[in-house]
Write a protein that binds this ligand. Structure first.
Ligand code: IVH
Length: 679
């Protein structure tokens, strides 16, 4: 194949694809502002890979296709850094930082205020990347600071690493550029990665830093390509052509060239301001999507940095102000089970209360049964607990050396501790669930769903009212809605004769319902509006539906094994069958399905692309989507230049700002309903 030479048209086609893939990759991973859908990106990538496979002579190492990973290596070569990659001195309290500032001014022999740039200290792996004439030619680990390992093919797979620099923002591309940054894995991605590994019986990574380091040191770049690595850049080695006398200005120039810079960096501040920022960062770090272990404070002026120079391993012009440990050791006194609103059973450790970075922690989540097994956590164990990522503290690991032999192994219950119904665990899922729709732990959220717009659509039955009724024992399951006593409803808070009557009227009206909405209302896991539609089409009535076998369910187009399994589990539960029977006995009548006939209004919205944002008052998103599609339009998830209309509901998100910027027509719910009814 390699002797097939591409004609100029093919070469040009590949070039066009590469340029646009580079650009869309940058918009997605660096700017967090995509212009096209993921599917469209994948389609372009597949097209490029097909061309490069057919005509290997047009392939180049900085092609976006190299992000899927090059051929494996036998070993890593070592490479010297042209300027050593130093480490940092640490400070642990405010006085260490004010002392640092005093040393800086003494060294520079000045009483003037020195300005600093403060940056989150990323807890990942330091790397250096070398670009020549805008092309990434080499990447290495920090190693011992003088020499590192050559990991170019692995670094090429990281989506936020530019492979080819762009001159788009008016920054001249330097002939040589050495940039430094920290490779890391975000907390959510880290959790998912570990879950996947445990499912495959592979050892889990201890923390995101180890996961990032392990992923970067793979001899097979195709493995690295599958790991969710990200990067923030924070400095340079040798550079040509960028003229700057300030560290921050250099970072801004890097940003214009397409490098991802942490948006939390605070440029050109005084040392006092840096102390406030450290406190702010410490208070909000648990909300970040990645781990940081402190704040780096750097003298901003490059001229002053040069005058100060460095000691043996660290510069005199920077210091890392480390955070206090967010991990402490304590003992597990007991383990109990919490049942969530969706029926998930979560084991929770009751701890001997311990202060972690200013907060008393007495409970920690153990996530699920697999996590307990994997970490071999037992009641009475001494454990390391951390507050991170989200607000719920978690047990990191057991301190095995503290075991006394009195520890007891915990086993997940087979029945729900709240309602006593059987517990089940789906294949390939770590979580055990109670799927009794009348389980008191779940009933409020479930009734809210049952009464919602896409389901029974009971006007006036909001969460506040449901809570009151459940607490007073008036509602314990879906079917109780149809037995409500007007006298009692009337006596509830913020009710009265009129509103009670209105509610009962709305309930009566809701009994006329399509079979699809009825199925959706039941709240069977994985059965959303679309799936309910498919099921209602296929099954005649509740009897044939509820008694269908796994095979019959799986044979339905659009119903996979996961959904089939979930439906089966649902109807295996006696309580659920009883509730469904009671609902039907309350006089529910099924209406014929009013599907928009294909072809109605077709042409009216033909080819028009809609994006929906925020909650609509009078219809669900799925209903809106169906109506758009019935009139020939399409619904997309992201706003781009191809979008024709943005439909905004309550509290629209960032899509609104973006649509405004792109001057896309914005419709509120009233405009949208008008447009759709014209169709
Ligand atoms: S500057 C000479 N900035 O911390 C300056 N380092 O202890 C040296 N790190 O090896 C590095 N975030 O891996 C710098 N914003 C940041 C950083 C940062 C994380 C790491 C880096 C370095 C280590 C030094």
């Amino acid at each position: 194949m390699s002797d097939i030479v591409a004609d100029p048209a093919i070469t040009e086609k590949a070039d066009v694809l590469r340029t646009s893939l580079h650009r869309h990759n940058y918009r997605y991973h660096v700017l967090d502002d995509p212009e096209i859908s993921d599917a469209e990106y994948d389609r372009m990538m597949q097209e490029l890979i097909a061309l490069e496979t057919a005509y290997p002579d047009i392939h180049s190492p900085d092609s976006p296709s190299s992000r899927v990973g090059a051929a494996p290596l036998d070993k890593f070569e070592t490479v010297s850094h042209s300027i050593p990659m130093l480490s940092l001195d640490n400070g642990f309290e405010d006085s260490d930082i004010t002392d640092f500032d005093r040393r800086v001014r003494k060294y520079l022999d000045t009483d003037d205020t020195v300005l600093y740039t403060a940056e989150p200290k990323m807890d990942g792996v330091a790397v250096e990347l070398v670009y020549e004439k805008g092309r990434l030619i080499l990447a290495s680990t920090r190693g011992d600071g003088v020499k590192g390992e050559l990991i170019t093919s692995n670094v090429r797979t990281i989506r936020s690493v530019p492979l080819l620099l762009q001159e788009e923002k008016g920054e001249k591309i330097p002939s040589r550029l050495e940039v430094r940054g920290e490779v890391f894995i975000g907390l959510e991605e880290f959790r998912k990665l570990n879950e996947k590994r445990v499912r495959k019986n592979l050892p889990a990574f201890a923390n995101p830093r180890n996961a990032a380091a392990g992923s970067l040191r793979q001899l097979d770049p195709r493995i690295t390509a599958k790991r969710p690595l990200e990067i923030f850049f924070y400095g340079v080695g040798i550079i040509t052509d960028i003229v700057s006398n300030s560290h921050w200005d250099t970072l801004e120039a890097l940003s214009r060239l397409g490098f991802r810079i942490n948006p939390l960096i605070r440029p050109k501040i005084t040392i006092e301001e840096s102390l406030d920022i450290y406190r702010e960062l410490g208070e909000t770090r648990h909300l970040l999507e990645y781990d940081i272990d402190g704040m780096v404070i750097k003298v901003d002026s490059l001229g002053l940095q040069e005058r100060m120079g460095e000691k043996s391993r660290s510069p005199r012009w920077a210091i890392a102000y480390k955070f206090k440990a967010i991990q402490e050791t304590t003992r597990i006194l007991d383990i109990s089970i919490q049942v969530g609103r969706t029926g998930a059973l979560t084991p929770v450790a009751h701890l001997d209360p311990v202060n972690i970075a200013g907060v008393t922690v007495s409970r920690a989540t153990l996530h699920n049964e697999d996590e307990i097994r994997r970490k071999d956590i037992r009641i009475r164990d001494t454990v390391l607990v951390q507050r991170a990522g989200d607000v719920i503290p978690e047990v990191v690991k057991v301190i095995e050396s503290k075991r006394t032999g009195e520890e007891t192994v915990f086993t997940m219950p087979h029945i729900c501790p709240v309602c006593g119904a059987g517990v089940y665990r789906e294949k390939d899922e770590a979580v055990s669930r109670c799927n009794n729709i009348s389980c008191p732990a779940q009933v409020k959220a479930r009734i809210r769903h049952f009464a919602s717009k896409g389901a029974f659509d009971i006007d006036g039955l909001g969460i506040r009212l449901i809570e009151q009724m459940v607490n007073k024992g008036m509602l314990g399951s879906y079917s109780d809605i149809f037995q409500l006593d007007k006298e009692r409803v009337q006596r509830l808070e913020r009710m009265g004769l009129k509103s009670a009557q209105n509610l009962l009227n709305a309930i009566e009206k809701s009994k006329k319902i399509t079979f699809a909405r009825f199925i959706y209302a039941l709240g069977i896991r994985h059965v959303g509006e679309n799936v309910a539609d498919i099921l209602a089409d296929k099954f005649e009535n509740t009897d044939t539906f509820s008694s269908s076998s796994l095979e019959e369910l799986e044979a339905v187009d659009g119903i996979g094994p996961e959904i089939a399994q979930s439906i089966k589990h649902f109807f295996e539960q006696d309580e659920n069958r009883k509730t469904v029977r009671h609902i039907l006995d309350s006089g529910v009548q099924f209406l014929p399905e009013t599907r928009p006939e294909k072809g109605i209004g077709k042409g009216y919205l033909e080819g028009k692309v809609f994006v929906l944002t925020g909650g609509l008052e009078e219809m669900t998103r799925t209903q809106a989507k169906k109506r758009i599609e019935a009139a020939g339009g399409k619904v997309s998830g992201t706003v781009s230049r191809n979008t024709d209309y943005l439909v905004t509901g309550k509290s629209p998100g960032s899509k609104f700002d973006k649509a405004k910027k792109l001057e896309i027509k914005i419709l509120d719910e009233t405009d949208f309903k008008k447009l759709i009814s014209e169709a």
